[in-house]
Design a protein around this ligand. Structure first.
Ligand code: ZN
Length: 211
């Protein structure tokens, strides 16, 4: 019997009628119900953010288990239902992953964003880096603005003459993705950014500012 990749219960546990009709899944109905869909886009100064889900405690724990617990078996759980759509949307464009600290990647032994995207995304490039050691989760909302100063194009890297799209797992303040878009967008153009999820606080801020 096929088991849920998250809770190891039988895959048909808690499956709703809607989920049943959507078809094949790698997680059970109960776990699937914890993925809260996001149905809107967020237009910022330099980019338009397309998010698949709303960040919640379930995703927080799952991302922690995957990234910090190095549970690579979870890699394809996050975008399982979205991969084909994502693939269609970003075809013929170069996917730029938001940079993690180099030492963090070495410590983990894998790039969590590449793992999430999985096979079939050949056109991935790592052209950005953070110029100093910087741990976002320790910063408050205000201090996150600082990331504008530390994101840069990698030394010695020449930008390919292609259209870019950005990819990240969580948008919290939006400053990481904004600073990346500012570096990579052509003049007068907004980049499209695809993210696994947006923080509810970010949604609130966008509502307040009518973004
Ligand atoms: Zn489950």
């Amino acid at each position: 019997m096929k088991l849920c990749k998250i809770c190891f219960q039988p895959i048909d546990t808690g499956v709703t009628l809607k989920q049943y009709f959507i078809g094949d899944d790698c997680i059970c109905g109960n776990c699937r119900s914890q993925f809260i869909e996001n149905h809107r886009t967020y237009e910022l100064e330099h980019c338009i953010i397309h998010a698949f889900y709303i960040y919640n405690e379930f995703l927080e724990n799952l991302l922690f288990q995957y990234k910090e617990g190095r549970d690579v078996a979870l890699a394809d759980v996050f975008l399982f239902r979205k991969r084909r759509k994502l693939h269609d949307m970003i075809r013929h464009r170069l996917v730029v992953l938001m940079p993690s600290n180099e030492h963090k990647i070495k410590e983990r032994g894998f790039d969590h964003l590449e793992g999430m995207l999985g096979d079939g995304f050949q056109e991935i490039c790592h052209v950005l880096e953070k110029s100093e050691s910087y741990k976002q989760s320790e910063q408050d909302f205000k201090n996150k603005k600082r990331i504008f100063d530390v994101m840069r194009i990698k030394k010695g890297v020449e930008l390919p003459n292609k259209d870019f799209v950005l990819f990240d797992d969580v948008v919290t303040s939006g400053s990481t993705i904004q600073s990346a878009a500012r570096l990579l967008a052509k003049k007068g153009e907004k980049l499209h950014a695809y993210v696994l999820c947006v923080h509810p606080r970010f949604v609130e801020l966008c509502d307040e500012n009518r973004l």
